[in-house]
Write a protein that binds this ligand. Sequence first.
Ligand SMILES: [Zn+2]
Length: 438
Amino acid sequence: MTETTAQAGSSFGFEIEQSLRSGSTRGKNTGRNLGRMGIITTPHGEIRTPAFIPVGTKAVVKGLLPAKVRELGGQAVLANAYHLFLQPGSEILDRAGGLAKFMNWHGPTFTDSGGFQVMSLGVGHKKTLSMTEAKHSEAEVIATKKERLAKVDEDGVTFKSFLNGDTHRFTPEVSMRVQHEIGADIIFAFDELTTLMNSREYQEASVQRTARWAKRCLDEHARQTIARADRPYQALFGVIQGAQHEDLRRFAASDLAQMRGEEHPEQQFDGFGLGGAIEKQRLGEIVSWMTDELPDNKPRHLLGISEPDDLFLGIAAGADTFDCVAPSRQARGGTMYSRDGRVNAKNAIHKTRFEPLEIGCDCYTCENYDAAYLHHLFKSKEMSASTLATIHNERFVVRLVDEIRESILNDTFVELREETLHRYYGREYAREVIARAG
Ligand SMILES: [Zn+2]
């Protein structure tokens, strides 16, 4: 099955090369297999999917030069519109010729809309949303009005800069303008991210508001695209919310799939972000509700995922690209991935290990350094510790997703999933994940 889509006159497209033949989550409405491999085409190059996209929040993958990101197999970089808006300012990136040129990255780029940070700030300046389960009580997360740095209303969000306390206003139109100035190949509609602990009533209201914002994003995106016709085409992804509610997720997905601009009815979404609060235990199921409602011929990005179990479930359920800060953040703390689970390079066991941290790993770090040296760098707090550990972790996740891609082509997805999860988590948890995949 081959499908191609592209906006007239644009250089953005998506082609499916192969769909999963076995072991895939099946759509409830259609009975079709959802997992697939394909190629996203952007003005700055192609992304072979499924693909893990390293995060470069502030136009840099922390600790790594772009050449290393490329060398470890990174196909694209995802930056953060909100952070770049505050510092150095989106107009600086515009004058530099866009995000890719500014950071000397010769490949595709993404920016998220800032919605995620607005939510994070709204719940007391927490940067990450626990995907597993609420570690914080509802009162702690929701009822922190006096601490809230962000306030949501119908028109947009007002928030205080965490850098200097200045007040800024983000609306769908501001988010589109900022993301056009930053100039990433794939940008996201401005959405409100809720938590698993918001009430059903609030989730409903939020999904409806996000839909109204999405329409405004389509129109402003069309205006910016026309006004900046000399710039490379930027693809706009709508973001699907709805937390743990099947009806809200399905409604949001089908609504965004057919949505057109009000003033610019020719403008539709080029792809979709699968967003927000997703219970880890139900990830495959929740992703499949959304992909079941979406057209096959547009790419889907699952935000904030890098764990092996989540990747297998997300890919089987039809997600194409993934990003997450965890591989680099954990690397900086000494936590490194291996096929047999996580290890900490600071652990005394590595002090006299004169062999690669992960035997058989093809990354620059493992090919050139022993675990004992990494241990030494971490213990002596050298900058290179973060760099070498980040190279390994990013390579680990990028390579795993590339292997899953190959397995879709070779029809060995089920075998790869069993072997990988068994080694990484142990037999019992691997069985549980496979059972969840159905
Ligand atoms: Zn390695």
